[in-house]
Design a protein around this ligand. Structure first.
Ligand SMILES: [Cu+2]
Length: 510
């Protein structure tokens, strides 16, 4: 009987913890934290938003201003689109936790799953300004309770049941006795009956409680994020057909509401797997609801892993993961924004192969990574790359690639992390533009921030003097080996550089 109680109590506790302990959202794969850079009026901000572990839950926000003079910052969580986006709640204020006057932290409740923004209103000596960071918030998985906590809670539960049973027994046996008197056999019998009834009732309560929590957990699990699924199939004529399907999540998710994100409805990274030594950045075209097609370029026979980025109408981004085995294909020539890069295989056994900071490109150019000395998880970095011409000078013929000075993909060796990042950060460009439009900001030309695509009125305009340096704000979600694939464009050539990084565990914040 005791074993049954124990297992029931344990199940109940596990359910409680399943319900309260979910992992957060991810627009990318395995990389939930949002790293963005942008301007609030005269202030250039670097923002990290760590979405909550539960929905509803608290998002942790860190902000560093590259511009001095800030007096105070108000933060507000608002849905990115819809009627509710017009009625922001009363703002909170960010704190300065350290002596550093340009570093701020804050915490905000995110009350529902969906496409959110955190709006920063900055006041200071250089006037006021507004900036919004899009934050997709979803619970994506459940985490089991720690065994130690489970055993402790189960023990306390048993103690509670045993205590109540013995209290009832003592009351039935001895309540009417004079002090010090021995309980008569009748009293003992009465106590036995009372204890049995109490025990059965308590077991009933535990079983009922368990059922209730199971129902709650099942209900909650419906809200756990399930990314769209994708079936990739080779069709005659070297056409890759990508069929999307919804495994069931929120009813409002659709397969026909995608909006263009930096010029395309879908950005497909196709990597030879697991070597990651050949990478294609391609742009399949819609061919019906939830159906995308792509005429393949020439590819060698291999297994390829596919990461497809799309953005829904409400600014909610998804990365759809799939894989496909392709035969040798002699396909079309690459054209437009499509690009290909080749490197050495990611050496999974003996550590990173491309640990150097200089990546030699086939046309004599070199891509250089200003690599930090050490890389730790959960730490915001500016990943800075420079494109040098064959003479070793910064390339002077730079052009924008899909409206931006560069695109980077951070891929973990086991494929569990994939993040497609831009100079403005990890947020999708489409979501950033929705947020920016609401802030009614007119972009001001500023040579110091010309790498920032939000500063560019016509994102496709090629501008003379575009810097050959590009920076991506990002932080690794965890330790391990990552391949960073960086693309920049000069003239009409899209260059693809490969860099490998060994990332240590997260550092304790001082
Ligand atoms: Cu991109």
């Amino acid at each position: 009987m005791m074993i049954r109680i124990r297992s029931s109590v344990h199940t109940l506790l596990v359910c409680v913890c399943l319900a309260i302990s979910a992992l957060p959202a991810r627009a990318h794969v395995g990389s939930p934290d949002v790293y963005v850079e942008g301007n609030a009026g005269a202030y250039k901000l670097s923002v990290v938003v760590r979405p909550p572990l539960v929905i509803p839950g608290v998002a942790d926000i860190e902000l560093r201003s590259q511009t001095p003079g800030i007096d105070r910052i108000e933060i507000t969580p608002i849905p990115l689109t819809g009627e509710a986006s017009k009625y922001p709640p009363v703002p909170d204020f960010m704190q300065r936790p350290f002596a550093d006057p340009q570093y701020f932290t804050g915490h905000l409740w995110i009350m529902a799953t969906g496409s959110w923004q955190i709006r920063f209103t900055v006041h200071g000596s250089q006037g006021s300004g507004v900036f919004s960071a899009p934050v997709p918030a979803t619970a994506i998985a459940t985490r089991a309770m720690q065994p130690g906590l489970g055993i402790m809670l189960a023990f306390l539960g048993i103690l509670l049941v045993a205590g109540l049973v013995s209290i009832v027994g003592a009351a039935a046996r001895e309540a009417q006795l004079a002090p010090g008197a021995e309980a008569p056999p009748r009293g003992r019998r009465r106590a036995f009956v009372a204890m049995t009834i109490t025990f059965v009732l308590l077991i009933g309560a535990v079983v009922f409680g368990n059922r209730w929590w199971e129902a709650e957990a099942a209900d909650y699990s419906r809200y756990i994020y399930k990314p769209l699924e994708m079936q990739a199939q080779l069709q005659p004529g070297n056409v890759l057909d990508l069929k999307l399907s919804d495994p069931g999540w929120l009813k409002q998710r659709k397969l026909d509401d995608f909006i263009p994100d930096h010029d395309h409805l879908m950005h497909l990274y196709m990597l030879r797997w697991p070597a990651m030594d050949i990478v294609f950045h391609l742009h399949p075209q819609p061919a019906g609801t939830g159906d995308f097609r792509l005429a393949l370029p020439s590819v060698p026979a291999a297994e390829y892993r596919l990461y497809a980025d799309v953005v829904h109408e409400n600014g909610f981004p998804e990365t759809i993961v799939s894989s496909v085995r392709l035969p040798d294909i002699s396909g079309r020539a690459l054209a437009g924004d499509d690009a290909e890069g080749t490197s050495t295989a990611l050496n999974q056994k003996d550590g990173p192969a491309q640990t150097s900071t200089n990546y030699k490109l086939p046309d004599g150019y070199t891509m250089v990574w200003k690599r930090p000395e050490t890389l730790a998880a959960k730490t915001p970095y500016d990943f800075t790359f420079v494109l040098l011409d064959p003479e070793g000078q910064p390339a002077s013929d730079m052009s924008l690639y899909m409206g931006m000075p560069g695109h980077a993909a951070f891929v973990k060796e086991d494929g569990s992390v994939f993040a497609h990042v831009h100079p403005s950060g990890t947020a999708s460009m489409a979501a950033l533009m929705i947020a920016q439009a609401q802030n009614h900001q007119t972009p001001e030309p500023d040579p110091a921030t010309q790498n920032d695509p939000m500063q560019m009125p016509g994102m496709n305009m090629s501008r003379p003097g575009l810097l050959s340096t590009v920076s991506f704000p990002y932080g690794f979600p965890g330790g391990g080996i990552y391949r960073i694939i960086v693309q920049m464009k000069h003239g009409s050539i899209i260059e693809t550089g490969f860099f490998d990084a060994e990332v240590g565990p997260a550092k304790q914040i001082q």
